[in-house]
Design a protein around this ligand. Structure first.
Ligand code: ZN
Length: 184
């Protein structure tokens, strides 16, 4: 107990104010012998029994304050992430950081690799999730599709909606090479 010797009625003492929920300067208004009985908070003006100072750590276990949840410092053990926060990347988010202008037009003759952005004439934009031999799995907005790729000149499942670009010999993937004149 660190009780100052100068304690007397009308003097000041630090005490825990239940209203302010802080250790604050109080004015002593009642004493019995050397014991402080009642104090008056210098901050909020309410008088109450002297309870000494409250260790702030235990603030929650003492006279549970009915404060609204404005202060969350008391509930330190609260889980930060709710269970529902499953990390799901939305379809749009997967294209973040990707240059959609560089999306490859899908063609079975094209060769794709993981993370390539595919521009499919039917399914729209998709992201290559995996490559297995001559098959690629592409996540389109509607659904995932397994497509063929790297097929060179023999289009197996080519959608005949676009004119097949003139590609160099044996299906060398060369986007935009259609109109390139051979100059050498
Ligand atoms: Zn007070």
């Amino acid at each position: 107990m660190t009780v100052p010797n100068s304690i007397r009625t009308g003097g000041e003492i630090d005490a825990f104010c239940g209203k302010c929920e802080l250790n604050l300067a109080h004015t002593i208004i009642a004493m019995v012998g050397p014991k402080v009985i009642k104090v008056k908070c210098n901050t909020c003006g309410s008088d109450h029994q002297y309870r000494g100072q409250q260790p702030l750590v235990k603030a929650t276990s003492f006279a549970a304050p009915k404060k609204s949840s404005s202060s969350s410092s008391a509930s330190g053990a609260k889980a930060k992430t709710p269970k529902s926060a499953v990390v799901t990347i939305s379809w749009d988010e997967q294209f973040k950081g990707k240059d959609l202008t560089k999306a490859k037009k899908y063609s079975p003759k094209e060769t794709f690799k993981v993370d390539d952005v595919v521009d499919h004439p039917t399914f729209g934009l998709g992201l290559v999730r995996s490559v297995r031999g001559d098959k690629i799995e592409v996540g389109f907005k509607q659904e995932d599709k397994v497509l063929v790729h790297g097929k060179g000149p023999a289009p197996v499942a080519a959608p005949a909606t676009q004119p097949a670009p003139v590609v160099g010999p044996a299906g060398v993937p060369e986007p935009g090479a259609a109109d390139e004149p051979a100059q050498s």
